[in-house]
Write a protein that binds this ligand. Structure first.
Ligand code: SF4
Length: 347
């Protein structure tokens, strides 16, 4: 008598979804582009954290990076805005529904040039969203001109040398008021995963600057955003473990030099110190470390700064808990009597 083999049970996350529910369309970016690795990390992290895809809204602007939301979280909402204007669109969506998980994906061109003003105000407001900068130092979509994050002395394929100083988006985000600031490298899978999970759990603006090499226009000798440059110059400031709120903590870390950052939802980011003594709760320490690294030609990666108590823009506005679109008319429209009272005051 033969027995029929049962198909193996499919792996699901804590809300019963398979990883397929977090994937998107097939990428059309160049093979080997750092942005593809970041998309993979986003899929893994939202799956691991058990975030309902319909509660996520993806926002982007213009550029290769801004195309990438099509390649992950295909069951989520998405809005591809005009160049550099993604922060305004994301802010509007968050004001309309404070419960969405807002995820912005942008590039160094989109953020540090045409969108720098929008970026400033997003940071200043501590808008509760994740803002990923896929930073390759060039405009990949328009054939690889230098962007405003290109380092002094870095070279294009043509041999042209950049003479202008770069914007450091992490330093700007720190200065202007972001409450979680991190730098990572698209090739550093464990670090980027831990940072992304912390950002999902964070109640405030998370600015994550990810060095993401452009293999077509900026991955040659003389580039400071190439895979080989990052291999030689990446300086992780610590190693990170993220423990989500729903997971029991049964193991104590053996290393005494562990610092914990407690997230709003009860999750913890556990930071194992490396040789350097670095405190991610000190903004001045973070700015100093970035300055020192720049002078030494190092690229510091890791959690640069975390402040988990500062109120967000939505909290400061004291908005209704319900999504604005679901509020009944009597709550959103002033009564005739109220309008007449206002008119009377103005007479
Ligand atoms: Fe990526 Fe560069 Fe290709 Fe654009 S041009 S998809 S940034 S490798």
């Amino acid at each position: 008598m033969s027995t029929t083999a049962q198909p193996a049970a499919r792996k699901t996350n804590r809300i019963g979804l398979e990883v397929l529910s977090y994937k998107g369309g097939k990428t059309t970016l160049c093979a080997g582009c750092g942005h593809n690795a970041i998309s993979e990390r986003i899929i893994e992290c939202f799956y691991d954290m058990g975030v309902e895809p319909y509660t996520v809204a993806k926002f982007s602007g213009i550029g290769c990076s801004s195309k990438s939301p099509a390649y992950f979280l295909g069951l989520s909402h998405g809005f591809n805005g005009v160049h550099g204007r993604m922060p305004a669109i994301a802010s509007g969506a968050l004001l309309a529904n404070r419960h969405i998980h807002a995820l912005g994906v942008t590039g160094d061109g989109d953020t540090a040039s045409i969108g720098i003003g929008q970026f400033m105000h997003l940071v200043r407001r501590n808008m509760p969203m994740i803002y990923i900068i896929e930073n390759n130092g060039v405009y990949g979509l328009t054939k690889g001109q230098f962007s405003a994050t290109a380092d002094v002395g870095s070279k294009l394929k043509s041999g042209t040398v950049n003479e202008l100083p770069p914007f450091d988006c992490c330093a700007l985000a720190l200065k202007w008021g972001a409450t979680l600031v991190a730098r990572s490298f698209s090739g550093d899978k464990p670090q980027l995963q831990a940072i992304l999970k912390a950002a999902i759990a964070h109640n405030g603006l998370s600015v994550i600057d990810v060095i993401s090499p452009c293999v077509t226009f900026n991955d040659h000798a003389g580039s400071t955003k190439s895979y080989s440059y990052m291999k030689d110059h990446e300086e992780p400031i610590h190693t990170l473990d993220f423990v989500p709120s729903y997971q029991d903590i049964s193991l104590e870390m053996e290393d005494g030099a562990v610092q914990e950052v407690f997230m709003h939802d009860g999750s913890r980011l556990r930071i194992r110190k490396l040789e350097r003594d670095y405190d991610p709760t000190s903004k001045i320490g973070a700015l100093t470390a970035l300055e020192e690294a720049e002078a030494k030609g190092e690229v510091l990666t890791g959690l640069l700064y975390a402040h988990t108590e500062k109120p967000t823009f939505i909290e400061n506005l004291n908005l209704a808990d319900e999504a604005l679109a679901t509020l009944p008319l009597d709550k959103v429209r002033p009564s005739r009597a109220a309008l007449e009272e206002i008119m009377e005051e103005l007479r």
